[in-house]
Ligand binder design. Structure first.
Ligand SMILES: [Cu+2]
Length: 282
């Protein structure tokens, strides 16, 4: 009777906690592309990879929760049922073949169940689909350089200081996330990102895209994303790279195809102007 009461309370507690956590992540899920005050879960996902990462995380949470609940109930049962007072003369057997087979086979089965979606996600992240657009991101102490090899565009993205934010259309809350230039990509396009470092190891990471790949000097890493909605998405260098590691954020602006084409033309005109000026100066 006492045990039954206890398990009801434990189960009520677990249900309450999971409800509260789900509520919190739903609350934080209104905004995509940036961290939010009191956020508990992930930033809202806008790519297939990130949707799958969130799903896998929840899936593992439920499996882990069920195991914790099971072990806790088992321990409580043993404490109450087999203490010295309740069970003064203990049994003396040492083996139980069916039980031993079960406690080996069931964990193996659980690991297999976890491995299937994990490997599926790993291959989804690592196998880059036919790209619509390729961008090269080079990490340097302490800014990122972006190249669009097909369009002949190249620029640096440097973090904005507090007093520069308004001038670039950002608010005070964007400090440490906003940069002077942005990576611009079309919505629903497969963007192939080549990532390298020029000095030390950096890491190009955008939480809402589920993209995170090390930028290693002398090595070309690759990742990809296909953003499902337009907007501005923030990320940060995610490999300790030195004194100003936290001052080299990443900004990706996802726009419509027409806006992207217009942006490319503007950038090409600016680059062209710069080249002409240089040539004139020589
Ligand atoms: Cu860095």
């Amino acid at each position: 009777m006492r045990i039954a009461n206890l398990s009801v309370w434990v189960m009520a507690g677990v249900v309450f906690l999971s409800g509260a956590l789900a509520g919190l992540s739903a609350m934080a899920g209104e905004v995509a592309g940036r961290p939010v005050d009191r956020e508990m879960g992930f930033q809202r996902a806008v790519t297939e990879v990130m949707h799958d990462i969130v799903w896998l995380d929840n899936f593992l949470l439920y499996i882990g929760g069920a195991i914790v609940l099971f072990v806790t109930l088992l321990m409580l049962f043993v404490i109450v049922r087999f203490n010295k007072r309740a069970n003064p003369v203990p049994a003396s057997f040492t083996h139980n073949a069916p039980l031993e087979i079960a406690w080996t086979a069931i964990p193996v089965l659980i690991l297999v169940i976890i491995a299937i979606p994990s490997l599926r996600l790993l291959f989804l992240q690592l196998e880059v689909p036919e790209p619509d657009l390729t961008i090269k991101a080079t990490g340097s102490q302490w800014y990122w350089t972006y190249e669009y090899p097909d369009a002949g565009i190249e620029f640096d993205a440097v973090m904005l200081e507090k007093d520069e934010l308004a001038q670039y259309g950002y608010t005070a809350g964007d400090f440490l996330l906003a940069t002077d230039t942005r990576v611009v990509v079309p919505v629903n396009a497969v963007v192939h990102v080549l990532v390298t470092g020029s000095d030390v190891i950096h890491s190009w990471a955008i939480p809402s895209f589920g993209s995170k790949i090390d930028a290693v000097p002398g090595r070309l890493n690759e990742t990809w994303f296909r953003a499902e909605e337009t907007g501005i998405f923030f990320g940060q260098c995610s490999e300790l790279c030195g004194m100003n590691h936290s001052y080299m954020p990443i900004v990706v602006e996802v726009v419509s195809q027409q806006d992207y084409d217009a942006w490319v033309r503007t950038q090409q005109a600016m680059n062209g102007a710069a080249t002409t000026t240089l040539a004139a100066a020589e």
